[in-house]
Structures are given as structure tokens and as C-alpha cells.
Write a protein that binds this ligand. Structure first.
Ligand code: GDP
Ligand code: IMO
Ligand code: MG
Length: 421
């Protein structure tokens, strides 16, 4: 049986914290897509740490953590992350496994990402520059090198062949930075990667499922960054939605049970692209300040706005979300009044659906005003302690989305979570 935790907005919904909280209820935690563009923040023994590619169950030593075939893996970032995890006393050789079909991010992918963004000028996607787009292009273009290839004696020859192809592309984009140092580091780090547990991911996970183990699939990014259903072209290059779990791990759809969607009590986006409820005023500034909304991977300030129920309904639909976790609820503690976008005006016309191409139309949010609870909720532990106005906000979200908010998160720590039903 497989449950999924994934983001319903534009990423950074607090997936890392929630996966870490739920991990004790599972046997395996598995990442199924994305790569080091992700930054999942966890507090372990009160100490903050950020994971990029390693699943957020890693700090529970009795849990198996799998990097699935749908991920694009940068060996350099992985080595660094493994060192960090080790500093917390966790030995990745014991509980981290990597699928051999996982595609590798090469130094030239990072260079190509940078070169492509530079060439876009004002149309920049705002990529994290981790090489994600070019690595997935090599996967669908059938050129990629995969983790299993590292064990092949011809790996270096294959690498050189692909590198030459990439060099032509880099030249055509007038990219002239010297990447020798990146390549040296890459070759050091693949030595390290070769020593880790490289497995046949699809047999590995299906064997666990047939033995009755419980699997938690951990999404990266968010549904509005999905390559098919997000705000294209301002998206990432992977399937961030629940369907991605099947291709990203090699499991059948009927094995998936709960789809747990994570949403902030408001909304953020980092990078370029449409964001209908964005607040370019003091209110947006306040959300950023109180919510400490700065990217976990790049440190960039996140754009902030009110919760977008039109986009959330869309995300619940395409993912088949069965329950919601609302995070960062405490960030709204001091607000006298909140707003929630329940409908769009698209080129002036009321619209309840997410339009095909958000960049080509004018979208104005129709906002409902909601009274704030103006109470510090960070130390509360149970539903009956919640202020009535927060209970009303939760009921409103429940009915607007048609999916129950089962938990609210009221602070960044592992323990700051309240079951609402
Ligand atoms: P992820 O990418 O979805 O894992 O989220 P990030 O780690 O990028 O960003 C979420 C940020 O919010 C991190 O700094 C978390 O420590 C923090 N966070 C998570 N849940 C809560 C919460 O309920 N309240 C507050 N104040 N912070 C939270
Ligand atoms: P987590 O897992 C927020 C955004 C980038 C950019 C776009 C494309 O921490 O929620 P890419 O590097 O994938 O080519 O960038 O996607 N982006 C994220 N935004 N959280 C993330 O991951 C993101 N990963 C990518 O900012 O707009
Ligand atoms: Mg993040």
C-alpha cells in the first residue's frame, strides 16, 4: 500500500516537515521526481536542516529511504547531503537506497540550465539552475546517463560522448564559463555514489509492497509547477502530481491509497510566472516577513499572496487528493482580516477553472474576506483549543475544496501539528 504526500501550490508548502512527521507510520519513504531544485526543511532535535534529494524519512533510522527512478540525481549535491545527514549521526549506507534507473545530472546540465536562462532574457523561468530541465531533456531525448551506468566499465566513454554533444549546445548559446572544477568534483562524487546501495528500484519497492510494507511517496515542487498541468512554461520539468508516483517508482495506480495534499494557509511562489493572488503591497511584505518566506534552496525571497481556492480545487482534482494538511497556519495569527480567492475574473469574466494559458489572459482574483483569529496558536496541541475563527476558516476551506483539512501545522517543529478531525 502506498500513500502520497505532495504539494498543491507552487512548492515550499512544508512537505519536508510533514513527511518527517508521518514517517514513523511507514516502512519506506520514497522520492519519485524532481531533484536538487527541491529544498525540504526539517527540524531534527531542534536543529534545522534542508534536504534536496534524500527523502525526508532519513532521520528515522529504522525506515528505508528510496530515491526513485523518476528523480534526476546530482552526485555532487548528494555527497554534500550525505555528509550533513552523517553529522546528525545517520549512516546513509544503512537506510538510503537509489534506483539504478535514476537519471544523473551532469555538470554540463547545470551549465546548460544557466545558458538557457541567460538566453531567455526577460522571459526567464527563474530556474534554480540545478540542471533539472536539461537533465529531463536528456531523459526524454534518450541520451541520459543513469545511476546504473556508473557500474558499467564504459561509463567515462559514454560521459565523454554526451559531453561533446552538450558542448555544441553550450557553444551555440555562447556559454564560455570554464566548468573543469565542476567536472572534477563530479568525478570525485560519483566514486562516493558507487559505494551506496544501488538497487533495482521497481523490484525493490514492489517486493516491499507485496510483503505488506507501507510506503510513503514524497513529492517535490508543487502541482502548479507540474510540467503538464502547471503554469507552463513557468514550471519544472517533472510530473509533480500523484500520477508521477507510478512512473517515478514503478508501481501500479491501484496500489495508491491516500493522497495527502499540502497547502499553506496562504500562498507563495518563487521564480517567475503567473500568480493570481500575489500581493505586491505591505500585506505581501508582512506575509514574507512573518512566514520567513525565503527559498530553502536558493535563498530568493518568495512572492506571497492569499490562498487560491480555484488553483487548489484544480490541484485536488488532478491529484485525487483524499485529505489536506494546512501548513503555516500560525503565520496568519496576527491578522485581523484574511482573504481567500474563490473565483477568477478572466479578462473580466467570472471563471471557476484554471485557464489553459495563464500568461495570455488578465486574471483578477475575486476574494472573500474572512475574520482573523488574532491568537497565538503555536503552542496549541488539540482541535478543541483552536480559536473559533480558525475553526471557521478550516470549515470554509473544507467546503470550498470538498476535501477535509485533516491536520493543521502551527509551527516549523515536528511536534507543531494538530489533528482537526
Ligand atoms: P517544502 O519544500 O515543501 O518541504 O517546504 P520548505 O522547507 O521549502 O519551506 C517551508 C518552510 O516553512 C520551512 O522553513 C519550514 O521550516 C517552515 N514551516 C513548515 N511548516 C510550518 C508551520 O506550520 N509554521 C511555520 N511558521 N513554519 C513552517
Ligand atoms: P520544493 O520541493 C519552489 C521553481 C523554480 C522555478 C521553476 C523551475 O522545495 O517545493 P527548475 O529549477 O525546476 O527548473 O525551476 O520551479 N521550483 C521550485 N519552487 N519549491 C521547489 O521545490 C521548487 N523547485 C523548482 O523557482 O520557478
Ligand atoms: Mg522547498
Amino acid at each position: 500500500m502506498v500513500d502520497v504526500i505532495l504539494g498543491l501550490q507552487w512548492g515550499d508548502e512544508g512537505k519536508g516537515k510533514i513527511v518527517d512527521y508521518f514517517a514513523p507510520q511507514y516502512d519506506v519513504v520514497a522520492r519519485f521526481q524532481g531533484g536538487p531544485n527541491a529544498g525540504h526543511t526539517l527540524y531534527v532535535g531542534g536543529k534545522k536542516t534542508v534536504l534536496h534529494q534524500i527523502p525526508s524519512g532519513i532521520f528515522h533510522e529504522d525506515k528505508v529511504n528510496l530515491i526513485g527512478n523518476g528523480v534526476v540525481l546530482d552526485p555532487v549535491t548528494l555527497k554534500r547531503e550525505c555528509d550533513t545527514v552523517k553529522s546528525f549521526g545517520v549512516d546513509v549506507k544503512k537506510n538510503l537506497f537509489i534506483a539504478e534507473r535514476t537519471n544523473l545530472i551532469l555538470p554540463t546540465h547545470r551549465a546548460l540550465d544557466k545558458a538557457a536562462e541567460l538566453a531567455k532574457g526577460n522571459e526567464k523561468i527563474g530556474s534554480t539552475l540545478k540542471g533539472i530541465g536539461p537533465a529531463y531533456m536528456d531523459k526524454t531525448g534518450r541520451n541520459a546517463l543513469r545511476v546504473g551506468d556508473l557500474l558499467d566499465k564504459n561509463f567515462t566513454t559514454q560521459y565523454i560522448k554526451l559531453r561533446l554533444k552538450h558542448q555544441k549546445l553550450l557553444d551555440s548559446l555562447n556559454f564560455s564559463e570554464d566548468i573543469t572544477a565542476w567536472e572534477e568534483e563530479f568525478f570525485e562524487c560519483i566514486e562516493f555514489l558507487r559505494q551506496l546501495n544501488i538497487v533495482n528500484g521497481e523490484y525493490f519497492i514492489n517486493d516491499k509492497i507485496s510483503k505488506g510494507n507501507k510506503i510513503l511517496a514524497e513529492g517535490a515542487q508543487g502541482s502548479m509547477l507540474d510540467v503538464d498541468f502547471g503554469t507552463f512554461p513557468f514550471v519544472t520539468s517533472s510530473s509533480t502530481i500523484s500520477a508521477g508516483v507510478c512512473t517515478g517508482l514503478g508501481i501500479a495506480p491501484q496500489k495508491i491509497k491516500e493522497v495527502i495534499g499540502i497547502t499553506k494557509a496562504y500562498c507563495t511562489r518563487v521564480g517567475s510566472g503567473p500568480f493570481p493572488t500575489e500581493l505586491n503591497d505591505e500585506m505581501g511584505e508582512l506575509l514574507r516577513k512573518i512566514g520567513n518566506e525565503f527559498g530553502a534552496t536558493t535563498g530568493r525571497p518568495r512572492r506571497c499572496g492569499w490562498i487560491d481556492l480555484v488553483a487548489l480545487r484544480f490541484a485536488c482534482m488532478i491529484n485525487g487528493v483524499t485529505q489536506l494538511v494546512m501548513t503555516k497556519t500560525d503565520v496568519l495569527d496576527s491578522f485581523a482580516e484574511l482573504q481567500a480567492c474563490d473565483q477568477y475574473l478572466v479578462n473580466g469574466k467570472p471563471e471557476n477553472c484554471v485557464p489553459f494559458q495563464m500568461t495570455r489572459v488578465a486574471i483578477d482574483p475575486v476574494n472573500k474576506k474572512i475574520p482573523g483569529w488574532q491568537t497565538d496558536i503555536t503552542s496549541l496541541k488539540s482541535h478543541n483549543e483552536l480559536p473559533e475563527k480558525l475553526k471557521s476558516y478550516i470549515s470554509y476551506i473544507n467546503s470550498a475544496l470538498g476535501v477535509p483539512v485533516k491536520y493543521i501545522s502551527n509551527g516549523p517543529d515536528r511536534e507543531q501539528i494538530i489533528e482537526t478531525i
